[in-house]
Design a protein around this ligand. Structure first.
Ligand code: PLP
Length: 403
């Protein structure tokens, strides 16, 4: 196990006071705070290395290129992909999924084809598929779930047909913390020769992930949710799929040769990376992943599961508090009596406690649960039991105010 105080000292923002209270940051599912090492990597690159990658013969350009491509290798190792050809840099999970929806859609989706998503999806894993369905005249199907937030695998098997072209499912729900049985979901899809996209935005920050062992065909995650900078993310794809998909955007770096009549495209992964990449962010993302590897993802996972279990146990004792789903995966959504989630979130903020309120970009899931929104506390590797205690006390204080 790592030394939590030492770890917290790596995150300067955690020392801030908010309205005279120590900051208790429990909005990690939205974005995580950044360790000094990540910020310093960015500053150092801008101060000492900065030059555009891939195109320069000069020293700095080659050094920046080396850092950028070494970052791709770090990502490959972190998620256990087979080759760096399978690692595409994007702006984040949302862009990764939009890239896939456009490119896979162009190559493989036709009128009448079906795409399956689950009830637990973030809008980022719904809307791009809806837009594709509108473009192509294809149909979106939805895996139903139980009241406690678990997907119905029997119903899922029934949904698969000879018209199904892709299954898209989140690894961990950003609202309920449900860890989906993605191994089964992938195996069942493959029995029907259907590829699978896993949205890993809420799994990569919290648990070891091995895309090769999972055997998923595509996998997306965001840098900023995994202690890295904003504006960078990853789409993993198996080479045999990526090879057969057309580019997403045109421009520099994704070409081999250009004439006014015709363009030939670059090899993987560059075919999907038009324009100057955010090479400072990719280097900083790799620094964040190195930071996590040094702590050990198993340790991070254990720490957060223990903390979430502790929080579930303490929160469930608060009178009138209702928890949605009951999974120990770093995310807890709840409501207290008839206190509006926005009021509760606003008053907790006055105590220095940052939680998220609302629909969490999952309106269809809210509709399924029959609610408008929740308060969501989400944990990271630096959160402590003392912070959970402060959350519990804060909620009790607000509840008292509301009588
Ligand atoms: N998917 C899930 C499960 C998420 O939790 C999020 C962000 O909250 C996203 C996708 C979108 O991530 P981003 O905004 O970084 O593209």
């Amino acid at each position: 196990m790592y030394d939590i105080n030492q770890v917290r000292a790596d995150f300067p923002i955690l020392a801030r006071q908010i309205y005279g209270h120590p900051l208790i940051y429990l909005d990690n599912a939205a974005t995580t705070q950044k360790p000094r090492q990540v910020v310093e990597a960015m500053v150092d690159e801008y101060y000492n290395v900065n030059a555009n990658v891939h195109r320069g013969v000069h020293y700095l350009s080659q050094q920046a290129t080396d850092l950028h491509e070494a970052s791709r290798e770090t990502v490959r190792q972190f998620i256990h992909a087979k080759s760096t050809n399978e690692i595409l840099f994007t702006r984040g999970t949302t862009e990764s999924i939009n890239l896939l929806a456009f490119s896979f859609g162009e190559a493989f989706i036709h009128a009448g084809d079906e795409i399956i998503v689950s009830t637990l999806e973030h809008h980022s894993n719904i809307v791009p598929w809806q837009m594709l369905c509108q473009r192509k005249g294809s149909v979106l199907k939805v895996i139903p779930m139980s009241d406690d937030g678990h997907l119905d695998l029997e119903a899922y098997e029934q949904l698969l047909s000879e018209k199904t072209r892709l299954v898209c499912c989140t690894h961990v729900s950003n609202v309920l913390g449900t860890l989906n049985p993605v191994q089964d979901i992938i195996r069942i899809a493959h029995e029907h020769d259907v590829p699978v996209l896993i949205d890993g935005a809420q799994s990569v920050p919290h648990m070891p992930v091995d895309v090769t062992a999972l055997d998923c065909d595509f996998f997306a995650f965001s840098g900023h949710k995994v202690y890295g900078p904003t504006g960078v993310g990853v789409l993993y794809g198996k080479e045999n799929w990526l090879d057969r998909m057309p580019p997403y955007q045109g421009g520099g770096e994704m070409i081999k040769n250009v004439t006014f009549e015709h363009t030939t495209y670059n090899t993987l992964p560059y075919k999907f990376e038009a324009g100057t990449p955010d090479y400072v962010a990719t280097h900083a993302l790799a620094t964040a992943l190195d930071y996590l590897s040094a702590l050990g993802m198993e340790n991070v996972h254990t720490h957060e599961q223990e903390l979430t279990r502790y929080a579930l146990q303490r929160l469930s004792k608060i009178e009138g508090l209702h928890i949605y789903g009951h999974s120990p995966n770093s995310v807890i959504s709840f409501q207290v009596g008839n206190i509006h989630h926005l009021d509760l979130g606003t008053l907790l903020d006055r105590l220095g406690i940052a939680v998220r309120t609302g629909h969490h970009c999952a309106e269809p899931l809210m509709r399924r649960l029959g609610i408008e929104g929740t308060v969501r506390a989400s944990f990271a590797l630096y959160n402590t039991q003392k912070e959970v205690d402060a959350l519990v006390e804060g909620i009790q204080r607000v509840a008292k105010m509301f009588g």
